[in-house]
Write a protein that binds this ligand. Structure first.
Ligand code: SIN
Length: 302
């Protein structure tokens, strides 16, 4: 019998009583979607999944992305990416610095991301406390609290999102050893535009769909005005009152929806404090066509 336990904070819930290695019942599938809509971030504790199991679960919610820039993929399962700081025989096992600043996955893509599904296999700890938490910010609440004048001014406007913005920030500001993107990689990820405010396909409510990781310009505004508004939006959306922190345990499956949240992987652990997580990214192809999206009037692909 499945059971939803809300965190009591601005985001986050735990679902107990579902074994994700088994095919989901329609009831559990609906429950997960509704819980994602209500709480944004959902943890399924104590799971036991291999790579095909993770892929099977995640792919119930939409097509899975194969990341162009990443070579750390589970052999035979390119949809499963490895996030890890472990180096064995001089060879990194995974991408060590994925998502280490505030962003929304795949906002740089024509088909945006619906959800991330991460399976925590090794979680670093110091003095018994977990490190490498994942932080989230609630974009339903951030939209709701925007001054009315900003809501009206930006209504119907679009913003450009560029994959290279986050990539270059990691290289410039965080000392990442990532090489620059090749012209071929850049050509596969050209900048794209999305509405600044999206109607969420589960809740039918408006969310602020801009993020400091990838958003570079509000298309309908002159550059200086766009810079000023984006600086305001980035500061507003990261107000601590919208934030929630997931402290990992081994065998957690953490699923979050990317349309109404931002996230940040906190890099507070040393190279000898090992983190090993498997990740699938679900695209928002199916969700915008789903009965749920139709019911709330958000049945449009972005
Ligand atoms: C990500 O998907 O951005 C990584 C999150 C994490 O490793 O905590």
């Amino acid at each position: 019998m499945s059971n939803v336990v809300p965190s009591g904070e601005i985001l986050g819930a735990r679902i107990e009583g579902i074994d994700l290695s088994r095919p989901l019942t329609d009831e559990d599938f609906d429950l997960i979607l509704k819980t994602l809509g209500a709480y944004g971030v959902v943890c399924f504790p104590k799971q036991d999944l291999d790579a095909p199991g993770l892929k099977n679960f995640a792919s119930r919610f939409g097509e899975l992305e194969i990341n162009v820039a990443n070579s750390y993929q589970e052999p035979g399962h390119p949809e499963v990416m490895i996030l890890s700081n472990i180096v064995e025989n001089g060879k990194p096992l995974g991408i060590a610095d994925a998502g280490q600043d505030w962003h929304t996955d795949m906002s740089y893509s024509k088909t945006i991301a619906f959800a991330n599904v991460l399976y925590g296999i090794k979680i670093p700890r110091r003095n018994g406390q977990p490190l490498g938490c994942t932080e989230f910010a609630n974009m339903h609440a951030a939209y709701e609290d925007l001054p009315q004048e900003i809501k009206e001014r930006l209504d119907g406007m679009t913003a450009t999102h560029d994959f290279n913005k986050f990539w270059e920030m990691m290289r410039r500001e965080k000392g990442s050893s990532r090489p620059p993107l090749t012209p071929e990689q850049r050509a596969k990820k050209p900048p794209v535009s999305h509405p600044v405010f999206l109607t969420h396909p589960i809740t039918g409510k408006k969310v602020l769909y801009a993020n400091p990781g990838y958003t570079v310009k509000i298309n309908e505004l002159p550059q200086a005005e766009s810079d000023e508004i984006l600086a305001f939006l980035f500061k507003h959306q990261l107000d601590p009152k919208y934030q929630y922190k997931h402290l990992w345990n081994e065998n957690d499956v953490l699923m979050w929806e990317n349309i109404g949240t931002l996230h940040n992987a906190v890099a507070d652990y040393r190279p000898d404090e090992h983190r090993y997580i498997k990740r699938c990214q679900v695209m928002a192809d199916w969700i915008f066509q789903s009965p749920m999206a139709k019911a709330v009037g958000a049945d449009r692909m972005v």
